[in-house]
Design a protein around this ligand. Sequence first.
Ligand SMILES: [Ca+2]
Ligand SMILES: [Ca+2]
Ligand SMILES: [Ca+2]
Length: 520
Amino acid sequence: MKQILSIVFILAIALVGCDQKKKQLIPIQSLAQESAPTTTSVGNTGSNANTANTNNPASVATVSIPSSTSSTATLADTQPSATVTVNPSDNTPFTYQTNTTIPVNMTVTDNQGNPVSPATVTITNPTENNVLLQQVTDASGNVTGTVTVPSTTTQVNVTITSGGSTSQPVVVPLQVPVTTNGTTTNQPIGSIGNVTLPISNPTGNGTQIADRDGDGIDDQHDFYPDDPKKATKIRFPATGVNTISFEDLYPNAGDADLNDYVVQFYNEEDLNAQGQIVEVRGAYQHVARGAGYRHKLNLLFPNTVNISYESTITDAAGVPNNTGITKFTPTAAQLDAGLTILGNSGNTISSQNVELNQTYAPGHVAKVSVIFNTPVARSVIGSAPYNVYLQVIDTSKNIFFPGRYFDANGKDLYMDSNGFPWAIMVPGVWAWPLERQDIRNASVTGYSRFNSWATSKGVNDKDWYTTVTSGKVYPLPSEPSSLLAYLKGTESNTNLFIAISLAVFGISMGIILRKKLKSA
Ligand SMILES: [Ca+2]
Ligand SMILES: [Ca+2]
Ligand SMILES: [Ca+2]
C-alpha cells in the first residue's frame, strides 16, 4: 500500500513540473558545424554545383546547398544537401511585416535519386530553438508547407529522420547572394526545396524506431508520444508574446500612432504527423485603446473548415467575465461573420493606456480554442496569427492586415492612401506610441529607425522596434507581459489543483485498500 501511495504522490509531483518537462521535450537539433553555403550565384554561369540552373536571371532559380559529408554508413553521421529557390525579379510589395513566411516544397531523395519514405522532416529555428515545421514524407518523398520566422532570422535547420536515426542539420540560409548583370546582392529565398541524403536507402530494412503511438513520428520528435492524432506543437512567437496594433479610421488614413486598438497575444498549434493542423489555441489581452470608436477583435477562417470554437474571457486579475463564447461548431455563415475573440472594446479595458500620465491598466484576456474536427493543411488557414481583424462597431468596417485583399487592379485594399497599413504586428512586448504621435514623424517618434526600415522596404533596420526613446512611447511595465504573468499564474494553479486532487485521490485509495486488506 505504501508503494501505491508513493507512486500516486510521484505522479502528483510530476504533474506540477509537467509544463516545464514538456518544454524540454521539444527536439532541439545540434547546431551545424558549417554555416552558410559557399557563395552561390544565380544566372548563366554554367556547370558549378553551387550555381542556379537557369540561364534567365529574371526567372526563379534554384541554388544548391552542398552536403559537407561524403557517403558514410549511417544517416546520423551525414549532413544532407538541400536546394532553395530564389526569384530575383520578385517584387512582392512591402506591407510592414515583421515576420516572413517561406514555402516549403520538398522532395527527400537518397543518393540514388529514390524518394525516401517514410522520413520525418524537421525544420527548426536555431536562434530560437523552436520547431517550425515537422511532417512525414508521403509515398513520393514529398513534404509541403510553410515556415514562419521573425524577419531578423538568417537561417533555419533541416534534419531528416529515417530508419531510426536523424541526420546532422543542413543549414538553409534565408538570403542568398545573387549575381545579376555582374552585380551581386543578397536576395531572400523564395522557397525551401529538395533535400538529398548522401547515403542510399536510409529507411533500412524494417528498422524499428521507438514510436509508441504508431503515428510515424518517433518518440524523440513526437511532442505527444502517446497521442496518435498529434505529433508537433508549434508556438508563435517562439517565446513570450507579440503585439498587434490597429489604426481604426479605415477606409481613411489614420494618424499612425498605432495605439487605437492594441493586443498582446500568442498562438499554439498542434499538428499531426502529416503536418495538418489539429488544434489552435490563442491567448489575447487587450492592452490599449487610444480611440473613441468601439471595436471587436475577430478571427476569420475559410467557411469550409469543420471546427469547434470557444473563447473564455477574464479580466486582467483572472476574474471570469460572462462575455466569452461557449464551445460550439460554427456554420459556414457564422464562419463568414467572423469568430469573436474579444467583444466590445468599450467594455474590455478600463484605461486608454496612451498618455504618459495614465497608469497602466491592462484589459480583458481571451483564451481561445479551435479544434479542427477535420484536420486541415497549412494552406487552408495560413500561419499565426491567421486572419485576425478588427471590427469597428461605430463604422461597421472590418480592418484586415495588408497582403490579403486586393481590388481588380491589384491594389492592396488594406494599405492606405499614404501606403501605410491599418494593422501591424511587432515582435515581443512592444510599447506603442503616445496618443496622436505619428510613428513616422521624426520629431515625435519613439522609434528612430522605423522610417529607415519603411523606406528601405524592410531591407534595413529589420529590428527597428528594439531601439526605443523612452518618454516618447507609452511607459509599459517591463517584461514579462501582464498576459504571460497572468497565464503563468492560472496554469500553475491548475496543475497544483490536479496535483492536490491526485494526492487526495491517492490517500483515499490507500484508505480503501487498507479497509480491503483488513476485511480480507
Ligand atoms: Ca509517435
Ligand atoms: Ca503522437
Ligand atoms: Ca490613437
